[in-house]
Design a protein around this ligand. Sequence first.
Ligand SMILES: Cc1ncc(COP(=O)(O)O)c(C=O)c1O
Length: 379
Amino acid sequence: MDDLKPSATLALNARVRKLRADGRKIIDLGIGEPDFDTPAAVKEAGKRAIDENKSHYTPSAGTLELRKAICAKFSRENNLDYAIDAVMASNGAKQVLYNLFMATLSAGDEVIVLLPYWFTYADQIKLAGGKPVFVQSKEDFQPDLNKIRAAVTGRTRMIVLNSPSNPCGVVYSREALIEIGELAVEKNFLIASDEVYEKIVYPPAVHHSIAALDKRFFDRTITINALSKSHAMTGWRLGYVGGPREVIKAMDDIQGQTTSNPSSITQGAAVEALANEQPEIPLMVKEFAQRRELVCAALEKMGVKVVKPSGAFYVFADFSPFFNGVSDSVGFCEFLLEKAGVALVPGNPFGMPNYARVSFASSRQNLAQAMDAVAAAVR
Ligand SMILES: Cc1ncc(COP(=O)(O)O)c(C=O)c1O
């Protein structure tokens, strides 16, 4: 427990709540979830599940109907053909990841994590007895294959990929994914591919599932997804996964002895979400695209060097030229909270202390006000 860090964003939320309670107006750009409603048809399916008394235990991995919908979704949208016993559902992608690390890591096993990374990976790997090995990405946040290769040892068990990425929005190129896949085959390690932001991608970027690029990659990849970000359903808690049968079986055994099935009501809603087009999703992505332009333009005007995100709803930028009397992003974000009344997440927990994450899961009006306040504060 001494090694486990509490979630950085949850800590920030508590601080924002306290300042608001003291009467301060705070614009929170630390948000990690879409500020949109769950699609209407999905809400109706959830209500139907209640009315039809779908209120009993289901198989730990999810109902047969849901697992069929997961298989069909992977096949239709990702070109991945998983058998029914090679997929399962959990309480969000977070539980999928936890099950995965618990199922596959022995004490001292190493897992390559690319910087900047979503902090939960590191803490969950440690909880499972493993050791995260951090590898810096290139300046445009694409993976640096030479550095990844240099980090591989006899203990390397897995690499974690997250494209589109939280916190930097990078979408890995097909070429980079193929290079990583080939290395995983050569050195015999697993690939965990967290694709929860796959639907939030800005053209010309294209999302590729690494498991679909080569049969040999498919055989060693665990593809992780969730309704949380794609369908604005964070609170419903529905993650899902496809992978090698024996890995999924082990993950299901862990889930069966811990939480059992995700909520039966949520599963009813999830079948609708996965089986049918939801017209609200492209509208949400269109709105995110406009906000991305607004935030990137405002940051550039301030003199911040921006790598424009190709996916997700975050800009991860280097604010160190503004560090004046503070040593890192934690101090800088404190300063912004005090001076500008704007909350950003410092880059430290993502492994890059010169950076901060700006979420654009907030209205354009809020974003414009926040960017003005940040610009005035740094001036
Ligand atoms: C990259 C990434 N993976 C997984 C998750 C967890 O998603 P869920 O809410 O489905 O557990 C998040 C949530 O912030 C995330 O950013």
